[in-house]
Write a protein that binds this ligand. Structure first.
Ligand SMILES: Nc1ncnc2c1ncn2[C@@H]1O[C@H](COP(=O)(O)OP(=O)(O)OP(=O)(O)O)[C@@H](O)[C@H]1O
Ligand SMILES: [Mg+2]
Length: 258
């Protein structure tokens, strides 16, 4: 059997008296696209932030490429090939878009001698990949919400990760903008060379509430509920699982595209 790229074992995160994650255990395999779903407040963002090193777990272990990364610094985790995007995007608003992307890839440069020029080219390739190359020299502050979401993905792509964690990449977007980002995700996953950027067998974990859009692009689904794994399975299995339907009862959710 293939060795997992990421193994999460008994991950627990407490905020004071609140247990936001309780003994969460799952694996992600090379090349997989996995959806991470669950009602509001079920712990999805908290889980991603623990994997990214932004939060330190209270208990449990995170293993990436066979090495224990529990509690490591975010920049160390990015350098190893695990990168995440933020649900609430916070670009450097006064910096040009291209600088926003370059800052992100600074931590992954292989050695001090890596030329700024090369980083700039890679950043430009990432912007072009998500379709906002023409905005490279504009300040991030002038971008629409949809373009900011694309900038966020460009920042992640420029680090050439093995595993990308996307927190609500379609959040607040209209159907046309959603389709643009979904297309970028599909193209990236297919792999290949995009200018100076290289992507091969990239794995992704995508958090989204727009489940109908999401179910079309994922291989497996992990469902969180009250900080615990409710179930893990194929999209068909999960959307028909009575436990999952019950967890979402009373919430506005569309599992199937109309
Ligand atoms: N820094 C924090 N301090 C205290 N409690 C927190 C903190 N971050 C998250 N929480 C709590 O942890 C729980 C999980 O929140 P989280 O943001 O991970 O949920 P989510 O599944 O991402 O929700 P949404 O779908 O609304 O984005 C919630 O009860 C939230 O209030
Ligand atoms: Mg969240």
């Amino acid at each position: 059997m293939t060795t997992p790229l990421l193994e999460v074992d008994g991950l627990t995160k407490k905020f004071g008296g609140l247990t936001a994650l309780n003994k969460v255990t799952f694996s992600i395999y090379p090349g997989e696209i996995v959806a991470l779903i669950g009602p509001n407040g079920s712990g999805k963002t908290t889980l991603l932030h623990n994997l990214m090193g932004i939060l330190t777990p209270t208990a449990g272990e995170i293993t990436f490429k066979g090495q224990d990364i529990t509690g490591n610094h975010p920049w160390d985790i990015v350098r190893r090939g695990l990168v995440g995007t933020f649900q609430v995007v916070k670009p450097f608003r006064n910096l040009p878009c291209i600088m926003n992307v370059m800052v992100a890839s600074l931590v992954t440069r292989k050695k001090w001698g890596e030329w700024t020029k090369r980083m700039e080219t890679r950043a430009m390739d990432a912007l072009e990949f998500v379709g906002i190359g023409d905005m490279a020299l504009e300040r991030a502050a002038v971008l629409s919400h949809g373009d900011l979401k694309r900038l966020e993905i460009a920042r992640a792509i420029a680090t050439e990760p093995a595993l990308m964690l996307l927190d609500e990449p379609f959040g607040g977007l209209n159907p046309a903008e959603t389709e643009l980002i979904a297309n970028s995700i599909r193209r990236l996953h297919k792999g290949g060379r995009f200018g100076r950027l290289h992507s091969e067998e990239i794995s992704m974990v995508i958090v989204e509430h727009k489940l109908a859009d999401l179910m079309r692009i994922v291989d497996r689904v992990i469902v969180l509920n009250f900080g615990e794994v409710l179930t893990i399975g194929s999209p068909e299995m999960v959307v028909n699982d009575p436990k999952v339907i019950k967890a979402y009862i009373g919430k506005e959710v569309v599992f199937h595209a109309s």
